[in-house]
Write a protein that binds this ligand. Structure first.
Ligand SMILES: [Zn+2]
Length: 202
């Protein structure tokens, strides 16, 4: 049986937002993040980071620099909380001139989530994305997941549309864990709804 996952945005969600940072010394976990992720892992959820890192595409830092930051982040999560993430997926691309994704993986496009699902056999319909912007929520919805907005002040442009309407707005990571673990199961999709997902376009 396919596992459900929690897709976790990095900046402003897992760690405090420090734009274009690749210095491990500046990594600070958001309050309650590790406790909540531990509870969700125990609840049977795979854990996957999905992060836009246009600093690579813009030439602010290299893939190698980011890979070192990623390794240090995952090491600290293991050392401090005994939690292993199942994967860590990065969009390295710059957005197009209009600010929208120019690739299939930059959130709000769903490419990182669908790639993780294929790689690990994840059940997207039973999965959630947690992020501090509505682009995260939209990426989750485009992949067929539910989406929670962790309101840490990251969302500054409240461009609303049905795809950007979160299933919940949480003021803390503890509330994220309670919401996911307390949510009713979703009924399976009908065949029509299922094909509607595959034809959604940005
Ligand atoms: Zn991309």
């Amino acid at each position: 049986m396919e596992r459900p996952a929690i897709f976790v945005d990095k900046d402003g969600t897992l760690v405090e937002n420090y734009p274009y940072n690749v210095n491990p010394a500046l990594l600070r976990f958001m309050d309650g993040a590790l406790e909540a992720l531990g509870a969700l892992a125990l609840g049977g959820y795979a854990l996957v980071v999905v992060t836009n890192q246009s600093g690579i595409g813009r030439g602010f830092f290299t893939r190698e620099q980011f890979a070192l930051l990623q390794a240090e982040l995952l090491r600290r999560i293991w050392d401090e909380a005994g939690i292993r993430f199942d994967d860590f997926l990065v969009c390295p691309h710059s957005p197009g001139r209009d600010g929208r994704p120019a690739c299939l993986c930059r959130k709000p496009a769903p490419g990182l989530l669908t790639r993780a699902a294929r790689r690990h056999g994840l059940d997207l319909r039973r999965s959630w994305i947690v992020g501090d912007t509505l682009d995260d929520v939209e990426a989750g919805h485009r992949a067929g997941c539910r989406g929670l907005l962790l309101d840490s002040g990251g969302e500054t442009v409240w461009r609303r549309s049905p795809l950007r309407e979160p299933e919940g707005v949480c003021g803390s990571w503890a509330e994220v864990a309670r919401t996911v673990l307390g949510a009713p199961q979703r009924p399976p999709l009908t065949a029509d709804q299922d094909s509607a997902y595959s034809f959604r376009r940005l």
